[in-house]
Design a binder for this molecule. Structure first.
Ligand SMILES: *[C@@H]1O[C@H](CO)[C@@H](O)[C@H](O)[C@H]1NC(C)=O
Ligand SMILES: *[C@@H]1O[C@H](CO)[C@@H](O)[C@H](O)[C@H]1NC(C)=O
Ligand SMILES: *[C@@H]1O[C@H](CO)[C@@H](O)[C@H](O)[C@H]1NC(C)=O
Ligand SMILES: *[C@@H]1O[C@H](CO)[C@@H](O)[C@H](O)[C@H]1NC(C)=O
Ligand SMILES: *[C@@H]1O[C@H](CO)[C@@H](O)[C@H](O)[C@H]1NC(C)=O
Ligand SMILES: *[C@@H]1O[C@H](CO)[C@@H](O)[C@H](O)[C@H]1NC(C)=O
Ligand SMILES: *[C@@H]1O[C@H](CO)[C@@H](O)[C@H](O)[C@H]1NC(C)=O
Ligand SMILES: *[C@@H]1O[C@H](CO)[C@@H](O)[C@H](O)[C@H]1NC(C)=O
Length: 404
């Protein structure tokens, strides 16, 4: 039902790589739409913005998963060349990443570009990719930390955000075994970061996590005891939850106590996220601790991230029994709503994606009103990239149930 035929859409021939009827799955269709539109490549001639790094890194991560699962463009009826895209987009950022001091002036989000760089380096052995990776790694040592050892997210003194974990955790856990295996404390550091955020951001009423905390408790919004910010923002929790799943996937070298710790957190968070799903749509609110409140709305990037994380956690066996089946059914319901309500089929044969909030920062009042008054974007890569991954998970599940 969620697969539409890609044949017969005339405009597609503009970027068709083959002819004939072919059922292109939504994951590939959205990825093609982003690539065909020239999104997810840094503009030439100037340093990318921090948001550009994150959006490219997140989208590349989805394309890498597509390649891993579908293997060939033909299997996925792809209409663009994903390998070419990865090369072009990596080339558009690698030369800007070579200085560790400059890298450290960007938010932790910069590290999301590591997956694509590692892939490209392994494939093409291009020196600039490797130098970019090393500089990114070096920049983590330059990242300031608060008194507890938690990395600052960005330039704001002593503030840590959930968001940064999506980029930091998989970067360290992929880079270290390949390029720096002598460092045996990295896994400890990773778990420490996840734990500090959990302990400081835990929101008693909802069992969810607020956006971030200020260890020095001086920010206007900081809780006087924990330093926590006041509200639960969907997308920031989406980043954190995807980081937990990635961490477990990459945790083979962890001592069992550490992987158990992450596992328990993922189970707990999954339960809370399942409970927070909206009763009607099955998806998640922009401000998750205020469902249904005036001004609040179902947000399309966070919803696709939770859909992805729940599907993936169940597929990889990190959730089991009833919790795994609840995770799958919850994710399926939201996925259906996303396709019906946010995915737009354009006349030129590409897909659009609606309902994604622009950036929300703690450099603000961090109030409910702030989060619900940020602009809602059409065709934001945060949402499109999240949809690529959510779709891929749905397709994998569908394929596995169809074939038993
Ligand atoms: C296809 O159409 C949509 C909607 O009009 C537009 O936003 C998009 O830029 C078009 N894509 C290309 C690659 O022309
Ligand atoms: C779908 O499942 C079948 C049967 O298990 C498998 O042979 C096929 O490779 C799967 N499809 C993809 C795209 O992996
Ligand atoms: C990769 O490049 C380096 C220097 O550019 C060269 O020394 C090395 O032999 C190359 N390795 C492969 C596998 O091509
Ligand atoms: C290992 O990596 C961590 C960062 O995760 C760093 O704090 C530590 O200094 C590194 N250790 C060595 C010996 O380089
Ligand atoms: C960070 O917090 C510590 C106390 O936890 C404080 O001493 C330090 O001045 C703060 N750093 C900045 C740059 O404000
Ligand atoms: C779902 O419905 C229950 C019972 O009416 C309500 O307490 C809960 O807040 C609703 N959940 C959401 C996320 O809207
Ligand atoms: C995106 O959503 C808004 C709000 O629901 C709606 O007004 C707008 O028409 C939608 N855009 C598209 C292209 O569907
Ligand atoms: C933080 O917010 C203030 C006030 O809006 C603004 O002047 C400043 O540029 C912001 N800082 C950053 C790094 O964006």
């Amino acid at each position: 039902m969620h697969i539409k035929s890609c044949a017969g859409l005339g405009a597609l021939l503009l970027y068709a790589t083959g002819t004939g009827a072919c059922d292109r799955p939504y994951s590939a269709w959205m990825a093609d739409s982003v690539i065909f539109g020239g999104q997810a490549v840094a503009p030439e001639g100037s340093s990318p913005s921090s948001s550009t790094y994150l959006q490219i890194g997140f989208f590349q991560a989805g394309v890498l998963r597509l390649i891993q699962y579908y293997r060939t463009l033909n299997t996925a009826c792809a209409k663009t060349n994903w390998e070419d895209y990865l090369e072009t987009s990596t080339n558009s950022i690698a030369p800007y990443l070579l200085n560790a001091i400059k890298d450290a002036s960007y938010p932790l989000d910069r590290l999301s570009t590591g997956k694509g760089l590692i892939y490209q380096y392994r494939k093409s052995n291009v020196t600039v990719d490797l130098e970019g990776l090393h500089a990114l790694r070096e920049s983590i040592n330059l990242q300031p930390r608060n008194a507890l050892g938690g990395y600052w997210y960005f330039t704001y003194p002593n503030w840590s955000y959930l968001d940064g974990m999506y980029s930091l955790v998989p970067f360290l856990l992929s880079y270290t075994p390949q390029f720096n295996p002598d460092n045996v404390t990295v896994s400890q550091d990773v778990v420490h970061q996840l734990d500090l955020l959990w302990k400081h951001c835990y929101h008693q009423d909802s069992a969810l996590l607020v956006h971030g905390y200020d260890a020095s408790k001086t920010a206007s919004w900081a809780n006087p005891i924990t330093g926590a910010s006041p509200t639960v923002w969907g997308r920031s929790m989406g980043w954190y939850m995807m980081a937990l799943v990635d961490a477990l996937e990459l945790s083979s070298s962890f001592p069992p106590s550490m992987s158990d710790y992450i596992h328990r957190r993922l189970e707990k968070l999954s339960k809370a996220v399942i409970s927070a799903a909206d009763n009607d749509t099955g998806c998640w609110w922009q401000v998750m601790d205020n469902p249904g409140r005036e001004g609040n709305y179902i947000e399309s990037s966070g919803s696709a991230m939770f859909t992805t994380a729940l599907f993936r956690a169940a597929r990889l066996g990190f959730l089991s029994g009833t919790l795994a089946s609840e995770a799958r059914s919850t994710a399926k319901k939201c996925y259906g709503y996303i396709v019906d309500s946010f995915v737009v089929e354009n006349e030129n044969g590409t897909l659009g994606y609606n309902g994604t909030v622009s950036v929300c920062s703690l450099n603000s009042s961090a109030s409910y009103d702030y989060y619900v008054s940020q602009p809602i974007l059409y065709d934001s890569l945060h949402g499109m990239a999240a949809f690529v991954q959510a779709s891929l998970e749905q397709e994998m599940l569908k394929n596995s149930t169809d074939s038993v």
